[in-house]
Write a protein that binds this ligand. Structure first.
Ligand SMILES: [Cu+2]
Length: 404
């Protein structure tokens, strides 16, 4: 029985199995009502044929030690199996298996409805995940923008980012390479639609957003042959302006009344809350969140190779509310921007005068030596306290500070 997804409670769903894409988390309950023995728990990779498998043993207290001999539940017309979190609508007919997609799940909470879109207080975005089949290595992108990490900290040195997409050669039928960033305003309801359409749609993508647990309002699936379970075509709610075989870098709704009006079929009551959701091949997902967590948050496909290859963007959230970095916070530049010899290594435990820390001139080792030395002073204990507080507020652990 599946009871939570990404840490949020669900109305429990009885299932034979559930699918987990990278980044997702599920909790489930097992009713231990079987004969005392050993049982297999199986995990299979669904996108490989033959599937690779991992196994664990469920042992009842009092069972004698032996290798389990249990097999997978047999699905039949009289005993159909249910799979939770399908990225498709149908298995082949002879699999006797029914799909439950994520937006068919219901939140356990009754007092957490989806945020509404009000004029002047909302923002809408529509993106398409794609590969460029004509590019060496099938370059990954979001709406034709293949993400390049900035060479400076996007959080603390945003004005120094030089490769933003506004300056890049982006367009409908091509891929550009830039630091893809979108601005959201504090307090506004943000609605995002991610489709997976067109010539660059090859697989499902697990979208992961940092900083939020968004409300999953709708999932549209590709069309499937109900007998074979094979995909037949992209979902027809989404329009790729340059045709279904384009890269679909500027997707929109086929029904123009959905663009400015309400999209039909949204789950506004008891929508599941998640931070990772499958964008199904040939389909789309609609989700919302309220921009109330200032920061620079990554939104990316959670397949590591897709992410590394550019399927990502930055959500520049409430820029005016970003707190300034602490006084001694280091800055990043191309290495080495300006070489400066390290500060003298501290060999004495006697506190001495703190070294002068200047912007842009420190290697990582220099910085930590300087911090170590400055910790001897009361003033810098206060600074470090603020430093640590700021970073935990931003979701970084102390240990990750070293890479900022
Ligand atoms: Cu992906």
């Amino acid at each position: 029985m599946v009871i939570t997804s990404d840490g949020y409670g669900l109305i429990p769903v009885l299932a034979e199995s559930f699918i987990i894409y990278p980044g997702e988390r599920y909790d489930f309950l097992i009713d231990a009502n079987q004969t005392i023995s050993y049982y297999w728990i199986r995990g299979e990779i669904v996108e490989m044929d033959p599937a690779r498998r991992v196994e664990a043993i469920l042992r009842y207290v009092g069972a004698t030690i032996e290798e389990p001999t249990t097999s997978k539940q047999k699905c039949s017309s009289n005993n159909r199996c249910v799979v939770v979190n399908c990225p498709k609508s149908h298995y082949k007919e002879t699999a006797y298996t029914d799909c439950i997609t994520n937006n068919q799940l219901e939140a356990e909470a009754t007092d957490d409805p989806a945020p509404v879109l009000e004029p002047g207080k909302s923002q809408k975005f529509f993106f398409n995940f794609a590969f460029n089949p004509f590019e060496f290595g099938l370059k990954s992108s979001i709406s034709g923008r293949s993400f390049l990490f900035p060479s400076v900290s996007a959080l603390f040195q945003s004005k120094e980012i030089t490769n933003l997409c506004e300056k890049a050669d982006c367009g409908e039928e091509k891929t550009c390479y830039c630091t893809h960033s979108i601005d959201v305003d504090f307090g506004k309801t943000v609605q995002m639609v991610f489709s997976n359409h067109g010539a660059g749609s090859f697989t499902h993508h697990p979208l992961h957003l940092h900083g939020y647990f968004f409300y999953v309002l709708k999932m549209g699936l590709a069309t499937y042959n109900e007998t074979t379970g094979m995909i037949m075509g992209d979902n027809e709610d989404v329009l790729c302006p340059d045709g279904p075989n384009s890269f679909c870098n500027n997707p929109t709704w086929k029904n123009s009344s959905w663009i400015d009006g309400e999209i039909p079929g949204l789950k506004l009551k008891r929508p599941p809350r998640k931070d990772t959701i499958i964008i199904p091949k040939g389909g789309y997902v609609v989700f919302r969140f309220v921009a109330n967590n200032p920061g620079v948050w990554m939104l990316h496909c959670h397949f590591k190779n897709h992410f590394n290859d550019g399927m990502a963007l930055l959500v520049n959230d409430s820029f005016s509310r970003h707190p300034p970095p602490p006084e001694i916070f280091p800055v990043c530049h191309g290495y080495p921007r300006i070489y400066k010899p390290p500060v003298t290594k501290i060999t004495s435990s006697t506190p001495t005068a703190a070294p002068q820390i200047q912007e842009g001139m420190y290697t990582r080792a220099d910085y930590w030596l300087a911090v170590e030395k400055e910790m001897h002073t009361k003033r810098d204990k206060v600074i470090l306290k603020g430093f640590s507080k700021l970073c935990s507020f931003k979701g970084y652990s102390k240990s990750s500070l070293i890479i900022l």
